[in-house]
Design a protein around this ligand. Structure first.
Ligand SMILES: CC(C)(COP(=O)(O)OP(=O)(O)OC[C@H]1O[C@@H](n2cnc3c(N)ncnc32)[C@H](O)[C@@H]1O)[C@@H](O)C(=O)NCCC(=O)NCCS
Ligand SMILES: Nc1ncnc2c1ncn2[C@@H]1O[C@H](COP(=O)(O)OP(=O)(O)OP(=O)(O)O)[C@@H](O)[C@H]1O
Length: 197
């Protein structure tokens, strides 16, 4: 079974992915793949420099993620430019990793894809698991984790579809408002319902 793990920014996807990893399920992580496709020497990085200028690089030639983030989370048209460069490369690598795990005999593969709904990738997976969180908790956790102002955190949250829309498209929802242990209990229950573990 291919499980698509999604949610909104700072809703708790990585927290749930870590639990699944500890249960020994293979994870294909879109955020991690997104970092690999912009390493120095990769074509996507060259295209980003062409669109955003040399200033988007750090002195050592790596992508200045903080700077690019501050541009694209405040400007939908720039975000589209970046997505058009990166998403085809990310999708290709994620599918290759998924197929590799399946060929090796994995019965369950988890694909952690923050933008599963925004990028209409529902067909990549068989079951969709959404990690949801209340708005105020999401804002506080995001501000704390990324050391962002309220304005910057809100800009990031509103660059994605509302969680209510994602919940509507889910096969199961984890409400990550309470302790991490409570979240784990919900995960175990859902896996059991799906006949896994
Ligand atoms: C803009 C970048 C450089 C900012 O890097 P930074 O290290 O600050 O954030 P990180 O990569 O850890 O992403 C954190 C979260 O931001 C959200 N996010 C990232 N990119 C986007 C986007 N294009 N649109 C909406 N939300 C996004 C996701 O929820 C993601 O989990 C980076 O997010 C990026 O390269 N984004 C484009 C690729 C992409 O769409 N990634 C999302 C998963 S496919
Ligand atoms: N149940 C919880 N209780 C307290 N803190 C939590 C809980 N779940 C997650 N957090 C914290 O909230 C922040 C966001 O969680 P996490 O990184 O798992 O979200 P995410 O959905 O993967 O985010 P992103 O889309 O940005 O990668 C982290 O700092 C994490 O430690």
């Amino acid at each position: 079974m291919i499980i698509g793990l999604t949610g909104s920014i700072a809703s708790g996807k990585s927290t749930v992915a870590k639990m699944l990893e500890e249960m020994n399920f293979p994870i294909v992580d879109a955020d991690q793949v997104a970092r690999v496709v912009v390493e120095p020497g990769k074509q996507a990085l060259q295209e980003i420099v062409e669109q955003f200028g040399e200033d988007i690089l750090l002195e050592d030639g790596q992508l200045n993620r903080q700077k690019l983030g501050s541009i694209i989370f405040h400007d939908p048209s720039k975000r589209t430019v970046l997505n058009d460069i990166m998403h085809p490369a990310i999708r290709k690598e994620m599918l290759a990793q998924r197929d590799c795990w399946v060929e090796q005999g994995a019965e369950v593969v988890v694909m952690d894809i923050p933008l599963l709904f925004e990028s209409k990738l529902q067909h990549f997976v068989e079951k969709i698991l959404v990690v949801s969180v209340k708005e105020d908790t999401q804002l506080t956790r995001l501000m704390e984790r990324n050391q962002l102002s309220e304005e910057d955190a809100k800009a990031r949250i509103s660059s994605q579809l509302p969680l209510s829309v994602k919940e509507d498209g889910a096969d199961a929802v984890i409400y990550n408002n309470d302790s991490v242990e409570k979240t784990k209990e919900q995960l175990r229950y859902i896996l059991k319902e799906w006949g896994i573990q």
